[in-house]
Design a protein around this ligand. Structure first.
Ligand SMILES: [Zn+2]
Length: 286
């Protein structure tokens, strides 16, 4: 049985509940700025409950990738996600990009996040790398800790089995064009200065990709951040996207763990190994 089943495309609605962490990665001094901290707190405090209401209305599954930082600071929000029946995935502890860490630092952050998520009853089956900036060893660490899938790479638009060298995981590929950060993230300081796009433009972008993915039999992984997509008109973008996806009649919404399970059980699924890029000294500037 193909991972697609009878559908033309599968869709995963994913929400990265980053809260303050991606701002503090730029500098811990931003903790003094109550303004930007409040901008980030909107995600767990307002965005997540509103998104949970939308998902409840349509009886759709979703996957929430939660940094350990968020789990420690907003445990009741994560409990609400779990009690609504949604999947909680691993999204690091401090939202640091692994490619810039040494291995001991990366493993310590990974373990701290696992401990925080487990302390409130979440048992993550998958990992999404902060900022989609893994190192070459990151998939091995995901496999080492017994997780079943990753959702951070961009070298396909269909799920595949990745042999990490430390065990196999399923990769659920992502893309910047299906991330709300590029559409909405305007923060003056630290300078995350994307344009604040109109909902009609964003809806067209995402719906067009989903429509085309039906022709090519793809996995539509939408990545949203509750501090961005939790705002009223942006929740309506999600609502209309869901309406259009359902109207297609051949798109099924699944959680990420379920998409990974179907991929693993597909005898014809593509299989890959990691092939790190090695640069000879002097060829490129450092
Ligand atoms: Zn994130």
């Amino acid at each position: 049985m193909s991972w697609l089943g009878e559908s033309a495309a599968l869709a995963c609605l994913t929400f990265d509940v980053d809260a303050e962490a991606p701002i503090l990665v730029e500098s811990g001094l931003y903790a003094r700025n109550a303004g930007v901290m409040s901008h980030q707190a909107y995600g767990p405090l307002v965005g997540v409950p509103r998104i949970l209401d939308l998902l409840r209305e349509y009886s759709l599954p979703a996957t929430f990738f939660v940094p350990g930082w968020t789990a420690d600071r907003y445990p009741k929000v994560v409990e609400a996600i779990l009690s609504a029946g949604h999947e909680v995935g691993h999204h690091s502890y401090a939202h640091k990009s692994p490619f810039a860490l040494i291995e001991d630092e990366e493993r310590a952050d990974f373990e701290r996040a696992l401990a925080s998520l487990r302390a409130i009853g979440a048992e993550p089956k998958g990992f999404r790398c902060p900022s989609w900036e893994p190192g070459w060893r990151t998939p091995q660490i995901v496999a080492d800790y017994g997780l079943e899938y990753d959702s951070s790479l961009m070298d396909s638009d269909k799920p595949y089995v990745l042999d990490t060298g430390a065990g196999e995981i399923v990769e659920l590929p992502v893309h910047w064009s299906l991330d709300d950060w590029e559409q909405y993230a305007y923060i003056p300081d630290p300078p995350f200065r994307s344009a604040i796009e109109a909902p009609t433009k964003v809806l067209d972008l995402w719906t067009s990709e989903l429509d085309a993915m039906r022709r090519y039999g793809c996995l539509f992984v939408l990545t949203c951040h509750p501090f961005l997509s939790g705002r009223p008109h942006r929740v309506e973008v999600l609502r209309t996207l869901i309406d259009r996806a359902l109207a297609f009649g051949d798109v099924e919404f699944v959680g990420c763990a379920e998409a990974a399970r179907r991929a693993r059980e597909d005898a014809n699924i593509e299989r890959k190994t990691l092939t790190p890029v090695i640069v000879e000294p002097g060829l490129y500037p450092e």
